[in-house]
Design a binder for this molecule. Sequence first.
Ligand code: GRF
Length: 202
Amino acid sequence: MTVKIAVLVSGRGSNLQAIIDSIERGYIKDAAVNLVISNKADAYALERARKHGINAVFLDPGRYDRSGYDRDILKLLNNYDVDLLLLAGYFRILGSEIIDAYRDRILNIHPSLLPAFKGLHAQRQAFEYGVKVAGCTVHYVDEGLDSGPIILQSCVQVLPDDTEETLTGRILEQEHIIYPEAVRLFAEGKLKVEGRKVRSLD
Ligand code: GRF
């Protein structure tokens, strides 16, 4: 049975692209991105989706209060019978209604080795802190900020002549590897959440 995926985005959409490409290449089987929703009208991610014939919707937050906005997202997710919700550079907090409805079925990619450097500009936080190893994390989304159970992580060495930009670029390369991998594991039914721990049956 095909796993129906919706992706929430706000910007560039390179992680969305990595997932679409992984499905088209056959790395992720029995899954399809059916819906992309953005809170920004000019998100390039919307264009990427349309190029692949995926329904791409801009929902204007200015026209709603917070709960109304999330309720309309939930309606769309229900209309499309979505099985898996992905956050991919979605710069808005998800309300508890959606988290409840999609418990253990919402994933996010975060550009740090969680639980270090939660929140915005994680790569800058890590770079300025002076860490020697940085990286990225795919995790389940719960009510907290970047706090749900961890599915996959990948490390990146911080090199002596790195700038925030070069480090961010190498972290992004890893994001494009582990996010599709996590989606594949989910689609194949190989992820088991046990409290804070996620077992992968791969
Ligand atoms: C990525 O760095 C992701 O880790 C973070 O936001 C950025 C989104 O990039 N959550 P893109 O829109 O997928 O290119």
